[in-house]
Ligand binder design. Structure first.
Ligand SMILES: *Cc1c(COP(=O)(O)O)cnc(C)c1O
Length: 393
């Protein structure tokens, strides 16, 4: 694959595994085994069976007729919002739990910010009967109380991270500390295409089912495998990478990644990483991140918890630098309006993350024959309070 990872774990200038020595055995075990396990026929059969019968795949590719009329092109939604637990995150959680089982692991740890990845992880641990510990910042636990309840209901232990800013990065530190202390029996499930190699490649492969299905479904709808445009929102970048994956080598397909501008890229309250960031190391890989001149990570902001991340995965950094994909950003207000429009024109309440991808349509012009696919990464049930407050309903 032209844009895939090389044998050293790099995408061009980005990637690698920048980890403390004490984590080396854990990450090295994964690196040595992941491709063998993923390519094993029994692994594929079990993964495919769970995606079909537990997650409900294939997710539909829906031709949004009123949107198509409004924007003057054939607009399709890839409906990851219809998956069990409400987003694309379950694809990766299932892949990693099956991998952990084959590595003989008896215990799963994860970190979560908004709680969506924690819920997906707790779900698959319940499914497999494996112990699950989720680290979450104390402040995030208070802000996302319903997801904490969900994780507990699913049988997971939620451990508060009470150091530093008491948010995602502190939860990540706690999870890493746990993994160093329990290298033999524990697998750490990372929720996006971030972290040290092999995580970005592993997660991209698990999410690539999104574009694999889309290609087949486009043939049914349009008689062609390839659309003119593919759009997805980017936090760490896993739904976008899954949506782009099988189109990367088809250079005629224009890939558009939508970041969260928050209150505006110049407002000091933003998560528009490619616009505001520079190259550096974040969470174990060389990538692009928002940082101060002396290299401290800048606290990101977005109304959408899933896009509130100071970096992007290393493969995205590469696609950005070589211009294979276009990176843009939309503000909180634009995204919220797009979420309302989609609700009232298509009868689909999208996750605020996904609303960012929808909002980008306002900035584009199309030919009437263009086929445009947007990844609807998740459903908006979790965001109702935020929508309601925003619109003063
Ligand atoms: C977590 C999340 C995202 C952002 O994560 P990516 O890894 O960038 O995909 C986007 N949409 C939804 C619905 C999410 O839950």
């Amino acid at each position: 694959m032209k844009y895939g990872v090389n044998e050293h774990g790099y995408y061009g200038d980005f990637g690698g595994a920048y980890i403390p020595e004490m984590l080396y055995p854990n990450v090295e075990e994964l690196r040595q085994q992941y491709l063998t396990i993923l390519n094993d026929a029994s692994f594929k059969a079990e993964f495919d069976d769970l995606l079909k019968n537990y997650v409900g795949r294939p997710s539909p590719l829906y031709h949004a007729k009123r949107y198509s009329e409004k924007y003057g092109a054939n607009i399709f939604f890839k409906r990851e919002d219809l998956n069990h637990t409400g987003s694309h995150k379950i694809n990766n959680a299932i892949g990693q739990i099956l991998l952990a089982k084959r590595l003989g692991k008896k215990r799963i740890i994860a970190e979560t910010g908004a709680g969506q990845h924690g819920v997906a992880t707790a779900t698959v641990c319940a499914l497999m009967g494996i112990e699950c510990v989720v680290y979450m910042g104390e402040i995030d636990m208070a802000r996302q109380a319903p997801n904490v309840s969900r994780m507990k209901m699913l049988g997971a232990t939620v451990r508060p991270a009470s150091s530093g800013s008491k948010t995602l990065k502190d939860a990540t530190n706690e999870a890493l500390r746990d993994w160093i202390a329990n290298p033999v029996d524990t697998h750490y499930i990372i929720g996006s295409v971030v972290g040290p190699y092999p995580y970005p490649d592993m997660v991209a492969r698990f999410q690539s089912i999104i574009s694999e299905e889309t290609k087949k479904q486009l043939v049914e709808h349009t008689g062609k495998q390839l659309p003119e445009y593919v759009l997805a929102c980017v936090g760490g970048g896993s739904n976008a990478m899954g949506m782009f994956y099988h189109f990367l080598d088809d250079e005629s397909v224009k890939l558009v990644a939508v970041e969260a501008a928050g209150k505006g890229v110049d407002s000091g309250h933003s998560a528009a990483t490619t616009f505001l960031g520079q190259e550096g190391v974040l969470h174990g890989s060389r990538t692009i991140l928002m940082q101060t001149p002396d290299g401290q990570v800048v606290e990101p902001y977005s109304i959408s918890a899933g896009l509130d991340y100071p970096g992007i995965g290393p493969q995205h950094a590469h696609l950005y630098k070589i211009n294979r994909a276009q990176y843009v950003s939309v503000t909180d207000d634009e995204a919220m309006n797009a979420g309302l429009l989609c609700s009232q024109m298509e009868g689909i309440i999208p996750a605020i993350e996904s609303s960012h991808a929808l909002a980008q349509l306002e900035h584009m012009t199309f030919k009437a024959t263009d086929n445009v696919v947007i990844c609807l990464s998740g459903r908006g049930d979790k965001d109702l309070d935020t929508y309601i407050k925003h619109f003063n309903y």
